[in-house]
Design a binder for this molecule. Structure first.
Ligand SMILES: Cc1cc2nc3c(=O)[nH]c(=O)nc-3n(C[C@H](O)[C@H](O)[C@H](O)COP(=O)(O)OP(=O)(O)OC[C@H]3O[C@@H](n4cnc5c(N)ncnc54)[C@H](O)[C@@H]3O)c2cc1C
Length: 517
């Protein structure tokens, strides 16, 4: 993917696009993949880097949602379990099975959670990842050696999926581009075009790199802006009633020694009635999450002190070595795009919603990362009707995601690139690009060069937060990598030292928010 070519496409085009998508998170990118692979012409604009919003800040689970089972939302659980299976089948280099243990400290927990998780297995049907089973105390500790043994009675093991959210997003962008979609990052929609009857007929966007305005006429405009959904709806109708509410969830990242073994810990009922996960991810342990209502959406939400304390305390109850603030390598925060409803944000439905405003703007919102493909199919079906577009069937159930590679485990830290790892290894033959950027993380210079050359990374933040996950794993190490990574980027992009200095300054200021003091 080359940004210059993408901008060129938008200028050369004389016909309206079939679909213009606003928002480059899981939802928008899923729609781009679905529509482009049906043969429709697609343009997508993202205000920042691809995946900057919620889609890089999830718990990294590809799951049916044990919690939604408890809420009795069986259709959502079944649909998500099916999508979990499809995701692993189409992106095996990025989506893996993971064993989770629910530890039992009271006599009633084993039968209670044992039966619930059998139900979870049952609902997965042919998309099952493995049968849950009861474990003795010894078996539980063998699989989760970091678990607090005092008063432990045993556990229940069950299986779900895990992924790298931002990497999947980037590979979805590449999949859409492979099918002819035009995608632009750093290009916010600043307004909507109207036809003579007042219907929405395209997107006005601003290329942040040049300041130029881009006119993108389209038969259908899809609003996929997550927690910013209402702001785009209000571009079409300033009086539109808000559809969304927002809540934030934080995660703390620790050294892997806090969670020994390859199994995740699932705490089914925390003191605030939610679930808490501690999961192994990229050689670290990630603990989360919280559910705190917020008034206004922002791109860089901040963690609250009480959220940090809550996760430390809850994880500390279950781990032999309770983590402290000093052990936190990174904290990251995401905002849930929730469709308004009754009750607490944690009780609001995770189903997606498709909404057509009287202006003809098609909005898709809510849902989960796990269900992005199904959401996209539903959205493009609606777009085909609304825009009288060519009616080709959806093919994404069987569509391999860019980088698709089976048995990719042997690739080690390059596994997330799948079939592109070969090209990165070739770059890494140059000793300057083969060396680690910081000894605390496995990232090498070749990944920076690849992100710029092939994945449309434009800023240091793109490279260190999403194309690699350095910022999410260890904020201090990411700060240490900033200067060498920016210099490699500048060489690729033809930028000067002033650009390097500005990028490093901006990134380091941002990275401070990912540290806990
Ligand atoms: C804490 C937390 C944990 C989660 N964990 C999981 C999990 O483990 N598994 C799971 O399946 N789901 C999980 N989810 C849910 C999942 O992450 C979200 O449902 C999904 O990422 C939402 O994607 P989206 O594309 O709708 O929104 P976003 O990813 O936020 O994308 C919207 C994009 O629109 C862009 N945008 C906004 N305004 C404009 C504009 N004017 N012009 C152009 N672009 C614009 C933004 O920059 C943003 O990139 C979690 C959510 C949270 C908050």
């Amino acid at each position: 993917m080359r940004r210059e070519a993408m901008v060129h496409n938008t200028k050369e085009r004389t016909e309206p696009w079939d679909i213009a998508i606003v928002g480059g998170g899981a939802t928008g990118m899923g729609v781009a993949v679905d529509a482009a692979s049906r043969g429709l012409s697609v343009v997508l604009v993202e205000a920042h880097g691809f995946g900057k919003g919620t889609s890089s800040r999830s718990t990294k689970l590809v799951h049916g949602g044990v919690r939604y089972l408890e809420q009795g939302n069986i259709p959502l659980v079944m649909s998500a379990l099916k999508e979990r299976g499809i995701m692993r089948q189409n992106a095996p280099h990025l989506v893996h099975d993971l064993a989770f243990i629910v530890p039992n400290y009271s006599w009633w927990e084993a039968p209670f959670y044992g039966i619930g998780l059998k139900m979870y297995d049952l609902l997965a049907g042919k998309y099952g990842f493995g049968a849950s089973k009861l474990l003795s105390k010894e078996e539980t500790l063998e699989r989760l050696p970091g678990l607090e043994p005092e008063e432990l009675r045993g556990g229940v093991v069950y299986y779900d999926g895990q992924f790298d959210d931002a990497r999947l997003l980037i590979h979805l962008a590449m999949t859409a581009a492979d099918h002819g979609a035009t995608l632009l990052n750093y290009c916010p929609a600043v307004g909507l075009m109207r036809d003579a009857d007042g219907y929405v007929s395209g997107v006005l966007a601003r290329d942040e790199e040049t300041g130029q305005e881009l006119r993108l006429p389209a038969k259908v405009v899809v609003n996929a802006t997550g927690v910013f959904t209402d702001s785009v709806r209000q571009m079409a109708d300033p009086g539109a009633d808000p559809l969304m509410v927002t809540s934030q969830g934080i995660h703390l990242v620790f050294d892997r020694s806090f969670l020994k073994g390859d199994t995740a810990l699932m705490v089914p009922k925390t003191s605030d009635g939610r679930v808490l996960f501690v999961i192994p991810w990229h050689g670290h342990a990630v603990a989360g999450t919280t559910d705190t209502p917020v008034d206004a959406p922002s791109l860089e939400p901040k963690p609250l002190d009480e959220e940090i304390e809550f996760i430390l305390e809850t994880a500390g109850l279950y781990l032999t070595r309770p983590p402290t603030r000093a052990d936190v390598l990174a904290v990251y925060v995401g905002l849930r795009p929730l469709v308004k409803g009754e009750g607490k944000t944690s009780a609001l439905s995770r189903d997606h919603m498709i909404h057509v405003d009287t202006s003809g703007l098609l909005t898709i919102t809510g849902g989960k990362w796990t269900t992005y493909r199904h959401m996209a199919e539903d959205c493009v079906d609606h777009a085909v009707t609304l825009g009288k577009l060519a009616d080709a069937p959806c093919i994404t159930k069987k569509l391999k995601v860019h980088g698709y590679l089976e048995n990719s485990g042997a690739l080690g830290s390059l596994e997330v690139y799948g079939s592109d790892s070969e090209a990165i290894r070739t770059l890494a033959a140059d000793p300057e690009l083969g060396a680690a950027l910081d000894p605390r993380l496995a990232y090498i210079g070749a990944e920076v060069v690849w992100a710029v050359r092939a994945e449309m990374a434009r800023t240091l933040e793109d490279v260190l937060a999403r194309h690699t996950r350095a910022l999410f794993l260890n904020a201090e190490a990411a700060i240490a990598m900033a200067e060498p990574a920016a210099r490699l980027m500048a060489k690729e992009l033809g930028r000067d030292q002033a650009w390097v200095d500005a990028q490093v300054r901006e990134f380091c200021a941002l990275a401070e928010q990912y540290r806990v003091k």
